[in-house]
Structure formats: structure tokens, C-alpha cells
Design a protein around this ligand. Structure first.
Ligand code: GAL
Length: 667
């Protein structure tokens, strides 16, 4: 059975309503419900007095309809009695301001007292539910994030640094604290990089970001340990925030979870757009899959317009189903909609669920129920399959944190750059895995490494071995600039990658908004391609053993190389010294696909995504029409549609707007 469900807040509604809700859920095909992740004040209304009776009854009502439950530990939303009694539990933000009550995620993840209260509620919950047949898993907390800069964190940071550097001499020299007379003579002098201290030392700032990430990893581990001591049968997950979230190293956070889940909102009040770039949720899914190299769940899949102060655009007919299938196509092994019924109260009054405020099941409910019926038919076959890729992109949280501290150019965003490179391959229906820079790369024909700005010797060696063994690596400007302490390296750029790339970055130019430099291609395969564009950054390259792929045509460095390729061992390393526009990314993607022979799932018109999931010799092609027009897709051979009529499809088929097919070769 494919896990398919919804997030439910029975505590928001009269108990008489619960059986009606459960009945409607079952009719929609739901077999799983997440409960309780914000219910601390109901579960422990007073310190030490626990009340699980209402939750037991809710679980029973659901169980009567064969719906099983994931329980959230409720620590993202501490109750007023706790925060009133201990105001120093409130987080301090990066401006140095102590938060007050009224939202959620207001706690300091390092506070020993918060740990005590966490132990108490989590222990009480798991002791009550460890043996409960209806409870299949746990979600720890909710969407970890937000750095804290309080005095407790400051002293925890100092201990973290002692652990990392052992001596102050080592720390002072790694950070270069001689600059502006910051030489520390006692660990207790070391500050946190809140805005009250101005622009911090980059070494200190990067270590703080790592420490803040580690703090949530440790806080999560505290909860995992409590759960694992008492239950082996139930799985443990946390709901992450896809590719975009950039304050936690998700590789570290995912390591001790049984499975990764994430929250998918393609269109919200914060991204108030009519159209959607389908490569956004696709990249998020690839990132989530890559954390453990395994199918992930979507724990919150958009169910309606999202909104707090504003009401975002209504999902168009077909979009909820399409967005859900896109996640399944990219490896979702379970799918849970957020939320069941639209809340009448609270900050999320306008974050719409499947049912309206007045509980009516309308168009969105019907669309999701259709999906439920389809998954009953095809879900098990889908579940056996995995996503296979021959292209990888390397995600480096060290580099991402370091670019937050120093973007280098006001127009540069690591995340947007990453997305733009990914998009070019996504638009060509080439599957791309997103993996850690230390991952085993030997299975990939092509590896794209958005700027490895902070580069460790271990990663440099990993890349070298990959290329030597025959791989094609693509590096970008600002790679190898920093060592692990976020100091600039004392060698020609791209630092530890210079020999591999066969190039010397002799100089560079940081470009103002609106200034571009056009690129002239220098290899025969690109002779007919339109000239490329360079923006934001221009590395001026002197090739050593590398050949020139493109040259700048303007400014004082006209004629100098912008892109090079170096043969190294049995492979090659491409170096891209600037950031292109979308057409340039497309030209480079086409060239790299042709050079490496990586597979295209199916050639389809723009806006039609085709993604494959495989199992042995079985191959399912998910064909997703992201446009609002019918699209013609050439099949090339006969297929049948796992979620459609049994008659085989061949030749050219017309895919309705926002429609989805799951194709398997007809025998
Ligand atoms: C998620 C969060 C949910 C809900 C939703 C809509 O990020 O996990 O609890 O807040 O967004 O805002």
C-alpha cells in the first residue's frame, strides 16, 4: 500500500466531527495521518500532567477506518506555561533581539532546561504509544531552523570551538584574528556573530553557522535517542524544507533519521506568482532523495492556497494532482497533504486545507480523491522503483553558508545559481541527483559542482579521483577560494583544483547589475550556438594544460578565456569562470549532454517533464504536463498507462493540460 494521507488537527474541531472526517479521509484513499506536532499545550496542559486521552480517541477513530498515524513530537511549539516560567528559553535572533511569545520555533535549541522539558514530553509520549499498533512512526519537532544567538549558545559555541581547535593558538591562526586586533586569550572572549557586533570575521561566522546547524542535529538526536530506546518498530523522521532551506546542513540532519520527509509548497503567499517553475520542486525532491540516496516522503504536500496575511493564488484544476505526481516521479515513497480542513483560527487561517473552513469537500478534495484511487491501483508498482541518475550536482553547505556571509557580488546567490544549472538539465528531461561533495561519484558520467567556495583537501581528492577514472567534472568560478576555516588560500586559484582544471585564475572582475560580457565559443561543436553571456562575475583565465571553450569579447579582458576544459587522467574537468543567462546554461547543458552521452528520459515539448523510476528491467516514465495547454508527445514505441485505460498508447499522444501519465512499455 502506497502511504497516502493528510495532516490532521483533531484538537481544533469538536469531537463529534472526527468520525465524519475519518470517513471522508478513507473515501479519499488516505491510509495515513500525521497528528499532534503542535499539541504540546493539550498533551501537557500543566507541567508534569500529561493528557493522552483525547489523542487516544482520535487515533481510535482513524483506526476504525484503517488509517494509521504518525505522531509529531510537539517541541516546535512550547506551551505558554513553560515560556512564562523560563523567559531565558526564548531564542535571540541575529539582530541580538530576544523573542517573545506569540509564534512558534521560539526556543533555543541548546538550552539545557529546554532539553529537560523535551525529555519529559517525548518520554511520556513514547511510553504511551510505543506499543500502539495504530502508530507507525514519529516526526521529530517541525521544520528545524533559525539560528539562536543567546548567552547559552555563546558558551556552547565556545565549547564547540575548543573541541574543534583544541588550542586558542590554532583558532587564532586559522581565523587570522590578528586582523583588527581580535586575538583571543581566553575562550570566553569569543563572541557570537550577531548584528550587534558588525560584519564578523569570516572564520568565526562560518564556524558559528556550522555550530548552529550542529545544535539542531544534536537536539534532534536527543529526541531520537529517547524514541529509539523504547521503540524499534516505529520509524523516525523529521520534516525538512527542501533545497531552499539554507541554515542547516541537511546531510548531517538526515544521517540518523530512518527516512527523510519534506514539505512541498509550490505556490505560497511568499512566492506570489501565477506560473510556477517546475524545476523548483524537482530540485527540492532531488535534494531530499540525495540526503540518504533513498525515497523520501512528502509530509506536507500543498492542498490549497497557502496564506497567513495574504491568500495565495488558488491551485488551478489539476495542479494538486500534478504537483503530487511530480514528487512521486522524483522518488517520493509516501505523500501526506497539508492540511485536512482549513483552520478557522490562528495565524494560518488562510492556509487552506482540502476541506474549506465550513468543512465542505469541494474540487480540491475530489482531485486528491482521484489521486487516491489511482495510487490504490498503481502505488505498489511505483513503490518498488527507484530513481537512477548518471548526472550529479554537488551540494556544499560549507560553501553555501560561506556565501551567505560573503556573497562576493550583490547579484550572486548560490541557491539561484544552483537552481539555474539544474533547470537547464531538468528542462531537457535529464535526471540529476543532488549529493554531498564527499559522496562516491564513481557511478556518474557527469558531475556539476556549483562553486566549491570552501574546499577541503578531502573533497579536492574526491574530485581528482573521479576525473582520473574517466568522469566529466564541471567546476565554477569562486571554487577553491577558501580553506575550511574560511580563510583565502595562499595559492593561485582555483586553489586545490588548479592542477585538475589545468587553469590559473589570474584575475577576476565583479560585475555591476546590468553589465554583461558576451562569450564567443571556441570549439567546433558550438560553432553554430548563439554567443553566450557572462554576468555578475568574470574570472580571467590563463590556461595551462586546458583548452579554451569560450572567450570574453568585451572590456579590457576581451579575447581572454572564460571557460576551459582540461583532459586529466581518463576524464576531463571543465571550468566555467562566469555565470551565464538561461540561454548560456542551455547551450552548456546541450554540449555537456552530447559530450558525455547521459540519457534523456524522453524528448518532449517545453513544459512537459518526463522522469523515470526503475526497478530491474522495469521502467516507469512519468509524463507531466506543467502547462495549461494540451501538448503533443511523441512516444516512439507502444506503452500502457498505469493510471489510465488498458489500451496501449503509441505514436503521438495529446496530453491534456496539467495531466499526468505513468507509462510502461507495452509487451
Ligand atoms: C509548514 C509548516 C506547517 C505549516 C505550513 C503552512 O512550513 O511545517 O506547520 O505552518 O508550513 O504555513
Amino acid at each position: 500500500m502506497y502511504p497516502f494521507g493528510v495532516d490532521y488537527y483533531p484538537e481544533h474541531w469538536p469531537e463529534e466531527r472526527w468520525p465524519i472526517d475519518a470517513q471522508l479521509m478513507a473515501e479519499a484513499g488516505f491510509n495515513i495521518v500525521r497528528l499532534a506536532e503542535f499539541a504540546w499545550s493539550r498533551l501537557e496542559p500543566q507541567e508534569g500532567r500529561f493528557d493522552f486521552a483525547w489523542l487516544d480517541r482520535a487515533i481510535e477513530v482513524l483506526a476504525a477506518h484503517s488509517i494509521r498515524v504518525i505522531l509529531g513530537t510537539p517541541t516546535a511549539s512550547p506551551p505558554p506555561w513553560l515560556m512564562q516560567a523560563h523567559p531565558d528559553l526564548y531564542r535571540v535572533d541575529d539582530q541580538g533581539r530576544r523573542l517573545t511569545f506569540g509564534n512558534r520555533r521560539e526556543y533555543c535549541p541548546n538550552h539545557p532546561l529546554y532539553h529537560d522539558y523535551t525529555r519529559a514530553i517525548v518520554t511520556a509520549m513514547v511510553e504511551h504509544y510505543a506499543e500502539h499498533a495504530g502508530v507507525v512512526g514519529w516526526q521529530i519537532d517541525n521544520e528545524f531552523g533559525d539560528r539562536c544567538y543567546c548567552p547559552v549558545c555563546r558558551s556552547a559555541f565556545q565549547s564547540w570551538l575548543q573541541n574543534r581547535y583544541a588550542t586558542l593558538d590554532t583558532l587564532n591562526s586559522a581565523w587570522g584574528t590578528i586582523f583588527w586586533s581580535h586575538v583571543y586569550t581566553d575562550w570566553s572572549q569569543i563572541p557570537v556573530p550577531a548584528a550587534t557586533g558588525g560584519s564578523p570575521n569570516p572564520g568565526l561566522a562560518l564556524d558559528y553557522d556550522r555550530f548552529a546547524s550542529d545544535s539542531y542535529v544534536a537536539y534532534q538526536q536527543l529526541q531520537i535517542d529517547i524514541l529509539r530506546r523504547r521503540t524499534a518498530r516505529q520509524f523516525v523522521t523529521h520534516n525538512l524544507m527542501g533545497f531552499k532551506y539554507d541554515k542547516i546542513n541537511y546531510y548531517d540532519l538526515a544521517r540518523s533519521l530512518d527516512l527523510v520527509s519534506w514539505d512541498n509548497y509550490p505556490r505560497t503567499q511568499w512566492s506570489f506568482t501565477a506560473g510556477i517553475d517546475p524545476s523548483g520542486p524537482a530540485l527540492a525532491a532531488a535534494t531530499m532523495y540525495g540526503l540518504k540516496g533513498q525515497p523520501f516522503w512528502v509530509m506536507e504536500q500543498q492542498a490549497g492556497p497557502g496564506g497567513w496575511e495574504l491568500v495565495s493564488v488558488m491551485p488551478r484544476p489539476g495542479e494538486l494532482r500534478l504537483w503530487a505526481y511530480q514528487q512521486i516521479a522524483h522518488g517520493a515513497g509516501g505523500l501526506v497533504f497539508f492540511r485536512w480542513r482549513t483552520a478557522r483560527y490562528g495565524t494560518e487561517q488562510y492556509w487552506h486545507g482540502l476541506l474549506e473552513h465550513d468543512a465542505r469537500p469541494g474540487r480540491r478534495y475530489a482531485e486528491v480523491a482521484r489521486l487516491g484511487a489511482e495510487l490504490r491501483q498503481a502505488g505498489e508498482q511505483i513503490q518498488e522503483t527507484r530513481v537512477e541518475t548518471q548526472v550529479a550536482m554537488l551540494l556544499s553547505y560549507d560553501s553555501r553558508f560561506a556565501f551567505q556571509i560573503q556573497p562576493n557580488n550583490p547579484g550572486y546567490s548560490y541557491a539561484e545559481h544552483f537552481q539555474a544549472v539544474y533547470r537547464a538539465f531538468h528542462e531537457r528531461n535529464v535526471a540529476v541527483a543532488v549529493v554531498d561533495a564527499t559522496a562516491d561519484l564513481s557511478g556518474y558520467r557527469l558531475v556539476l559542482a556549483p562553486p566549491l567556495y570552501v574546499l577541503s583537501p578531502a573533497v579536492a581528492t574526491n574530485l581528482e579521483s573521479y576525473v582520473r577514472a574517466g568522469g566529466t567534472l564541471v567546476c565554477f568560478f569562486r571554487s577553491g577560494v577558501k580553506d575550511e576555516a574560511n580563510a583565502v588560500v595562499n595559492r593561485p586559484l582555483p586553489g586545490l583544483l588548479a592542477e585538475l582544471c589545468g587553469v590559473d585564475v589570474t584575475s577576476y572582475d565583479s560585475l555591476p547589475a546590468g553589465v554583461e560580457n558576451s562569450l564567443e565559443w571556441g570549439v567546433p561543436e558550438l560553432a553554430h550556438a548563439a554567443p553566450g553571456i557572462g554576468r555578475a562575475w568574470a574570472d580571467i583565465l590563463t590556461p595551462g594544460s586546458a583548452e579554451v571553450i569560450a572567450r570574453y569579447t568585451q572590456d579590457y579582458y576581451a579575447g581572454q578565456p572564460a571557460i576551459t576544459r582540461n583532459r586529466y587522467g581518463s576524464g576531463s574537468a571543465v571550468y566555467i569562470g562566469t555565470i551565464g543567462d538561461s540561454a548560456t546554461h542551455a547551450t552548456l547543458a546541450d554540449w555537456l549532454i552530447a559530450q558525455t552521452g547521459v540519457p534523456v528520459a524522453l524528448t518532449a515539448p517545453a513544459g512537459v517533464e518526463v522522469t523515470a523510476r526503475n526497478h530491474g528491467t522495469r521502467r516507469l516514465l512519468f509524463v507531466l504536463n506543467h502547462t495549461e495547454l494540451p501538448q503533443e508527445v511523441k512516444l516512439g514505441r507502444a506503452y500502457h498507462n498505469l493510471i489510465g485505460e488498458p489500451t496501449p498508447l503509441e505514436g503521438t499522444l495529446t496530453l491534456a493540460p496539467r495531466d499526468v501519465l505513468i507509462l510502461e512499455k507495452a509487451e
